[in-house]
Ligand binder design. Structure first.
Ligand SMILES: *Cc1c(COP(=O)(O)O)cnc(C)c1O
Length: 424
């Protein structure tokens, strides 16, 4: 399988190149040249397979022989041993919990798979790389957990000092070894600007092999199809799937699984006040917007990158509208939903999942909502909604972590000196 840019101006590249390079040089995002279709026999057997086996069958269609079968099997076993429980709150409402990985957000699925692909490709060439990434909270922890102990990669994570939650900061500082968090005196946008400056610095590139673990990497997107297929194995009912969305990686993966022939139902894209994507689905137009800070901050995205991939899959707006519809939810609605679900079902939602649950209620359709994170990551929202989520076994290991990340100004020059001193 070759990968091309959504802008179609660049040459087709291998899966390996698309993974290691992360973004096409001519702009756009990598997409597979075509979406492979599962035949009836494959669909029947997938219906009965365990999750790691179905992941191997499905993902091998996109990777072919670039990763040998035995290695892909091992990667899938390690990436998809996260439980995916389906909780039924009422006959109308179920929750697919995607947060049972080590950093309690669905991003663990993508980060685990991507880091293992990186490792295979780099070891094969006997190369090492430095993965440089900026985080506003969830991505950094998932990437750290994914690459932890990975022998070919050092990970440098820039995070805005004082602007991530306590537990998120502990997750970033928990791993040590090849994981190097840095506290930046500035905002998430400053961190991202420093990463971008490093990537265009040719002098730096000539001394260090820099890679990115960007959320729009194809190796983070494709593995997210797998929990949709695991859901379909459990549910053949006439329901809609509700996906709390920001950069649209999650729902894009679901749409790819559907295009492969998995009989997935209509989906509802649920956004917070950052509703560029829902406006696009309703009108086919992109309205320039600024990012609005909300309680579901992992979904605070004004220009969702994966919209390009969705447009590539659905050149015709009517086809898109028949597969997904969109609902946007305010912070007040989010909080009242957290409160009500806690009261009625003794079940605690994170603010992102609450956006989805509210959208499900507004749709008046029998729904499964994808739960993207566990609520203990978001203490501020919990306080405002007056809920106290139960402790989580996986969280205990982070409690004793002390923050040891060095501080740095928001200067690209200072980052460059740090990288050269540490990695050359
Ligand atoms: C990243 C994230 C989202 C948004 O997912 P996208 O794939 O960017 O649409 C939603 N909820 C949580 C908790 C997240 O971390």
């Amino acid at each position: 399988m070759k990968y091309v840019s959504t802008k179609r101006s660049s040459d087709a590249v291998s899966f390996e190149k698309a993974v290691l390079q992360s973004l096409p040089q001519n702009g756009g995002l990598y997409v597979p040249e075509h979406i492979p279709i599962l035949n009836a026999t494959e669909l029947r057997s997938i219906g009965k397979m365990g999750v790691p086996d179905l992941a191997q069958l499905v993902l091998s269609k996109f990777i072919e022989k670039e990763i040998p079968d035995d290695i892909l099997k091992k990667i899938c076993e390690e990436s998809f041993n996260i439980p995916i429980p389906l909780i039924s709150l009422s006959p109308e409402l179920s929750i697919l919990e995607l947060w049972h990985g080590e950093t309690f957000a669905f991003k663990d699925f993508g980060a685990r798979f991507m880091s293992r692909c990186f490792n295979y490709f780099l070891q094969k060439k006997n190369q090492k790389a430095v993965v440089l990434t900026a985080t506003s909270g969830d991505t950094g922890g998932a990437v750290a957990a994914g690459f932890h102990n990975n022998p070919s990669v050092d990970v440098v994570i820039l995070y805005p000092d004082g602007r991530v939650s306590k537990i998120q900061e502990k997750q970033l500082n928990a791993f040590g070894k090849n994981i190097h968090p840095i506290r930046i005196a500035g905002t998430f946008d400053d961190c991202q600007a420093m990463v971008k400056a490093a990537f265009v610095d040719h002098d730096l590139h000539s001394r260090i092999s820099l890679s990115s673990a960007n959320s729009i990497s194809i190796a983070r997107l494709l593995p997210q199809m797998i929990y949709y297929i695991a859901w379909w194995q459990k549910k053949a009912l006439d329901e809609v799937l509700v996906v709390p969305s920001g950069n649209l990686g999650n729902i894009t993966a679901g749409l790819i699984a559907k295009k492969m022939g998995i009989p997935l139902p209509h989906m509802i894209l649920a956004t917070n006040a950052n509703d560029t994507a829902s406006k696009y689905i309703k009108t086919g137009r992109i309205f320039q917007q600024h990012t609005v800070p909300t309680l579901s901050n992992a979904m605070d995205v004004a220009a969702p990158s994966n919209l390009d991939r969705i447009k590539w899959m659905y050149p015709n707006l009517h086809d898109l509208q028949s597969d997904i519809s969109a609902i946007s939810i305010s912070d007040d609605e989010t909080l009242s939903t957290m409160t009500v679900i806690n009261k009625d079902y003794d079940y605690q939602l994170c603010p992102h999942t609450a956006v989805g649950v509210r959208a499900a209620m507004q749709s008046h359709r029998r729904s499964t909502v994808l739960a993207t994170a566990h609520p203990i990551k978001f203490p501020l929202a919990n306080q405002k909604a007056k809920i106290s989520p139960p402790q989580l076994a996986q969280a205990e290991r982070f409690e004793r972590v002390s923050v040891s990340a060095p501080q740095m100004s928001n200067s690209s020059a200072e980052l460059k000196i740090y990288l050269i001193q540490k990695f050359t």
